[in-house]
Design a protein around this ligand. Structure first.
Ligand code: FES
Ligand code: FES
Length: 276
């Protein structure tokens, strides 16, 4: 079985053939990184270039990977990235890890390792900061409750009269509300409730509910739609768009006017029923 002797610690370990040197170091609580790089390293993906180890001889180790060639350009063959190095042959490899960062420059100038570490840390921090700002931006409520674009709490679903078209939210929420009769419901309509966007899918006029004809009719070019938004006739290219909605555990209807569901094409039921 191959052996690795960690020189500064005077510790010799038997390792399985093919063992990854970084894992051997970490498992045995031996130093791999220095300073901040112990928190900001790339976790063994060969990207940060901070897990240097000096080895001797190199003949019992795996070939240098492409990433090592890039990260360690100009360094002798005995310097390796421990995360990219596997111990292959029998015999003992001497290894020195975790103490290489300033050793190569007696003047104390920053080594490549430390510069890699700093660049990696700066990049990671910048990414995390940007990610934080973007997440905050998207999670921040941009509409006040009751404003178009926000969620509308309609109240108890059981208080909505079945098969009655409610126009109360046309101004504030821009939708018609209906609780469909049992035979017209399906899983796309929680408790049969539907919130249809007030704008015609032809050229954007505001259509009206015409009770005597039991359907929506657009005054501009005459498009007609069923109460569930299914296209009937006229130049509109599809059924009516609707808003996402949910019935909460307390049985309240909440319509999200920030989420529009596009109407179905002509000839297809607007909420996916097969009986059209
Ligand atoms: S851990 Fe980043 S290169 Fe090895
Ligand atoms: S805008 Fe409604 S039919 Fe043209």
């Amino acid at each position: 079985m191959p052996k690795v002797k960690f020189v500064p610690q005077n510790l010799e370990l038997e390792v399985p053939q093919g063992a990854n040197l970084r894992r051997v170091l970490l498992r045995n609580k031996l130093p791999v990184y220095t300073r901040v790089t112990q928190f900001t390293n790339c976790r063994g993906h060969g990207l940060c270039g901070t897990c240097w180890v000096e080895v001797d001889p190199t003949s019992q180790l795996s070939e240098r990977t492409f990433r090592e060639k890039v990260k360690l350009a100009g360094r002798g063959e005995q310097v390796r990235l421990s995360c990219q190095t596997r111990v292959l042959g029998d015999g003992t490899v001497q290894a020195t890890a975790g103490s290489l960062d300033l050793a190569s420059d007696p003047t104390g100038a920053k080594s490549r390792r430390e510069l890699f570490g700093l660049a990696w840390t700066a990049g990671t921090s910048l990414f995390l900061a940007q990610f934080g700002v973007v997440s905050l931006w998207f999670s921040w409520p941009r509409f006040k409750p009751g404003e178009f674009g926000s969620k509308f709490d309609i109240g108890p679903v059981d208080q909505l009269e079945v098969d009655l078209m409610y126009g109360d939210y046309r101004q504030t929420g821009q939708f018609w509300l209906i609780r469909l009769p049992e035979q017209l419901r399906n899983t796309a309509t929680p408790d049969g409730v539907l919130a249809l966007y007030i704008t015609c899918t032809h050229l954007g006029c505001k259509f009206e509910w015409v009770p005597v004809n039991n359907r929506f009719e657009c005054p501009c070019h005459g498009s007609k739609f069923q109460k569930d938004g299914t296209y009937i006739s006229g130049p509109a290219p599809r059924g009516l768009d609707r808003f996402e909605l949910a019935v909460t555990r307390d049985r309240d209807v909440v319509v999200d006017t920030g989420r529009l569901i596009r109407g179905q094409p002509r000839g297809v039921n607007n909420i996916g029923r097969q009986d059209t």
